[in-house]
Design a protein around this ligand. Structure first.
Ligand code: APR
Length: 247
């Protein structure tokens, strides 16, 4: 029964010495952001080629048009939901050390979380493809695409990880270190299909962490490494856990 499992999960978190959360697109679905795979997934309606780095370098205008439409016009209005907010409170009350996220939507920070590693970058920042200057999104004018660098006039790229681009070194290194340290590891809303991110929960398990997983349906992890599976929406599961932790 879910209520017993929720109690078990809350108890594990309460007793944890080093709890870490690992999040994917599923945590932001209830903020109105579609996931990548599955019935309403982005890759069902959109060709992922516009997110390949070679395509971007060759056709930045076309790539930017699509990226603006899919990410920038939608993410700007999205608000953190109960799952993001509960994780932020958990960190504040020392129930959680770190969040490792595959999401580019910045909603963990918007909810108040401080220790967040963004494995796939963030839409909130742009980087010059020529001189590597970084810009906050608020400095860019996306009415004229592609946006260009104020210093060298090079084309600005969203600071997200495109297909065939490496994961940012620091975020990757720190995420694997956090997984090794964790004694409780909470996986929320991911299909675990993209490497190297997908390896991180397995590394936590190999180093002895208890794995709590929250997803509306079983994932690749559920029957392999998960100890406590909460088959629920992220907002509902996290709201219940939050109550039991008196957040
Ligand atoms: N609550 C919890 N889980 C949910 C919810 C919800 N409300 N809605 C959907 N899910 C689950 C789905 O069942 C699925 O397991 O979230 C997961 C979303 O999976 P994907 O769409 O594959 O997203 P993700 O795992 O984050 O993708 C990883 O792949 O192409 C990329 O770079 C992109 O970062 C992304 C990476």
């Amino acid at each position: 029964m879910n209520s017993d499992k929720i109690k078990e999960a809350a108890q594990l978190i309460r007793k944890a010495k080093y709890a870490v959360a690992f999040t994917g697109a599923g945590i932001s679905v209830e903020s109105g952001i579609p996931p990548f795979r599955g019935e309403n997934g982005l890759w069902n309606t959109t060709d992922p080629i516009f997110l390949e780095i070679d395509f971007f370098n060759k056709k930045p205008f076309q790539s930017w048009q699509k990226i603006k439409d899919i990410f920038y016009d939608k993410l700007g209005d999205a608000k953190p939901n109960m799952a993001h907010l509960t994780l932020a409170k958990m960190e504040k009350r020392s129930f959680l050390e770190t969040i490792i996220t595959q999401n580019i939507d910045h909603l963990h920070q918007a909810a108040g979380s401080k220790n967040v590693y963004e494995l796939h970058g963030t839409y909130k920042q742009l980087v010059c493809t020529e001189c590597s200057t970084e810009y906050d999104l608020s400095f860019a004018d996306l009415n004229y695409l592609p946006p260009t660098c104020y210093i060298c006039k090079g084309i600005l790229k969203p600071d997200i990880v495109f297909f065939n681009e490496p994961i940012p070194h620091f975020a990757k290194k720190r995420s694997f270190e956090e997984a090794e340290k964790a004694d409780v590891f909470i996986i929320i809303g991911t299909n675990a299909e993209v490497l190297p991110a997908a390896r991180i929960p397995e590394v936590a398990k190999e180093h002895g962490a208890k794995i709590i997983e929250i997803n509306i349906q079983p994932s690749h992890y559920t029957n392999t490494i998960t100890d406590v599976f909460l088959e629920m929406k992220a907002t509902e599961a996290m709201a219940e856990i939050g109550k039991l932790l008196y957040l």
